[in-house]
Design a protein around this ligand. Structure first.
Ligand code: G4P
Length: 524
């Protein structure tokens, strides 16, 4: 393919995730974006708690029962001459590890904040991961049709709690019942709120002529706030935005589809095109010739009718062509990529060609692991590892029926490769120990072992532990016992599961020479 055409395809790609605390409006906003892209025809098709319809991502019964989105999926579509890839992330905090991994595959993030609640705990956690990776963050403050916190207070909260500069791209005039509309600073128009799906645009300089707005006490108050912001607020700085140091803030109401289109268009204008990815020695730029990508997610049995296993590949450079042969860097093995799919909101379809920034699903005959780098030709590319996050909750696990040992082993191996849960073997006894971020992850594991591998599992609760990876693999095993447990992770690295903060500190005092690693901290 001609370089010029490749460059054009790369430049028009926008790959992002939407992060938020549950209930802030992620599903509602995503749905509006899909409507703009003509991917769905009516609202309520992505997730209908009430309508009884469920998103493609809601493929597990357990999700349906609990009404939560457990697994992430990808949605690709065209809008305004841009090729958009939205990576959905599970809202439930027990699945934050899945979300963290997804964030390695995006070039920017949209953070939704509920104006009635402000910055919430799950937002803070996810924000930190974006920050750590230098991902540009765009903020959508939602639910302006309700009485919420004052706009200036919300900006202050973002700056203080999250520690990022903010720049209001628009300014709300009132909220709740007094919500009149927003000043669009970027396009210099006033957008009038008239309820659902209706917007009237009035250029700034003609506003004085519209008396019912310009003389409204709410408008006069908002104007004062706005003038204060103009004088004392931050200046817009696109370089800071691109480096994740300033967040453009948009106010709107996803449910009324108000301010959403303005947000989306401006976001697409300002958000970065596919960015280079780091290996140990170099940065791989998207416009380089050779093909490369990495796997950030593996999902088995997405469609019970197919019993398939898909690896999600983020393309980092070159062109993907179906049927091409690539090398898996971890194993050095070559593989022909004949089955490749792209994701539409409600469907998957075969994709013959894809470009940097795109996420495709490739058929996994059991050869991939999360974090694997793939490349073609004589390159030798190994992208930086995807960090593993320390689990907090541990259980011993075995099959209820000992005769099911084989399926049990197969199920565990596959679900662990998928990254659904972390597996450890206890030193000495070799018993299986699972590590999870939260209880729900264990519930899903149990459910899937039964549903997909026909094995009932029994848990023996170990409880919360503080895992620390041991730097040196020559370990004095006598330092550990049944309370501070020594285990090995799936890569055979030693990990100590400490009983409490106190035990950890005590151990460190007694054994200052034993290097302990907390993976999350190491990345920071
Ligand atoms: P999530 O994916 O982030 O968890 O949030 P979701 O979009 O499901 O929205 C959570 C709730 O907030 C939903 O109400 C939704 O209708 C409501 N919501 C979203 N955007 C807005 C908005 O701009 N204004 C107002 N007032 N509400 C909004 P629910 O009653 O929990 O669910 P449903 O039964 O309406 O689906």
């Amino acid at each position: 393919m001609k370089q010029e055409l490749l460059n054009k395809e790369i430049d028009r790609r926008r790959t992002f995730a939407i992060i938020s605390h549950p209930d802030a409006g992620k599903t509602t906003l995503t749905e509006k974006l899909l409507l703009f892209g003509n991917v769905i025809r009516s609202a309520g098709t992505v997730k209908g708690k009430k309508s009884g319809k469920f998103a493609t991502s809601d493929w597990m019964e357990i999700e349906k029962k609990r009404g939560i989105s457990v697994t992430s999926s990808v949605m690709s579509f065209e809008y305004m001459d841009k090729h958009i890839n939205i990576l959905d992330t599970p809202g439930h905090e027990d699945f934050s590890e899945d979300t963290y991994r997804t964030l390695t595959a995006v070039d920017s993030a949209v953070m939704i904040i509920d104006c009635t609640k402000g910055v919430e705990p799950q937002t803070i956690k996810l924000f930190k991961v974006c920050r750590m990776r230098g991902i540009p963050i765009f903020t959508f403050i939602n639910k302006l049709d309700r009485e919420g916190k004052e706009p200036l207070a919300l900006l202050e909260e973002i700056e203080e709690v999250l520690g990022i500069e903010s720049y209001a791209m628009n300014w709300p005039v009132g909220m709740g019942k007094r919500f009149l509309g927003v000043y669009d600073r970027y396009n210099e128009v006033f957008i009038r709120y008239q309820g659902k799906d209706e917007e009237e645009r009035i250029p700034f300089n003609e506003l004085d002529d519209v008396e019912e707005i310009s003389t409204h006490p709410t408008f006069i108050q908002a104007k004062e706030d706005f003038e204060l912001l103009e004088e004392a607020g931050n200046d817009f700085d696109i370089d800071k935005v691109k480096n994740g140091l300033q967040t453009p803030v948009f106010f709107g109401s996803a449910i009324s589809n108000f301010g959403v289109e303005m947000f989306f268009r401006t976001f697409l204008d300002l958000a970065s095109e596919p960015q280079p990815r780091q290996t140990e020695t170099e940065k791989i730029v998207p416009k380089s010739e050779g093909f490369s990508g990495f796997i950030f997610k593996i999902q088995a049995n997405m469609n019970p009718a197919h019993r398939d296993r898909l690896a999600f590949l983020r393309i980092c450079s070159g062109v993907f062509e179906r049927g091409m042969t690539v090398t898996v860097s971890r194993t050095g093995k070559t593989i022909k990529l004949t089955q490749s799919q792209q994701f539409l909101a409600s469907d998957r379809e075969t994709v013959d060609q894809a470009y940097p920034g795109d996420i495709i699903g490739i058929y996994d005959p059991g050869v991939y692991q999360i974090g694997d780098s793939l490349f073609d030709g004589n390159q030798n590319i190994e992208f930086d590892e995807i960090p593993t996050f320390a689990p907090e909750l541990f259980v011993r696990v075995e099959a209820k029926n000992v005769m099911k040992g084989k399926q049990f082993g197969k199920g565990i191996t596959q679900l662990v490769q998928e990254g659904a849960i972390q597996l450890f073997r206890q030193y000495g006894t070799e018993s299986y120990i699972l590590g999870a971020v939260g209880q729900l992850q264990l519930d899903v594991f149990e459910y899937r072992m039964k549903g997909e591998y026909n094995v009932e599992v029994v848990y023996n609760i170990i409880g919360s532990k503080i895992p620390r990876w041991l730097e040196d693999q020559k370990v004095d095993t006598s330092l550990f016992d049944s309370r501070n447990i020594l285990v090995r992770d799936r890569n055979d690295q030693y990990v100590a599961l400490f009983d409490s903060d106190f035990s950890l500190r005590w151990f460190q005092d007694k054994n200052p020479d034993v290097g302990l690693i907390d993976i999350m901290e190491e990345e920071e």
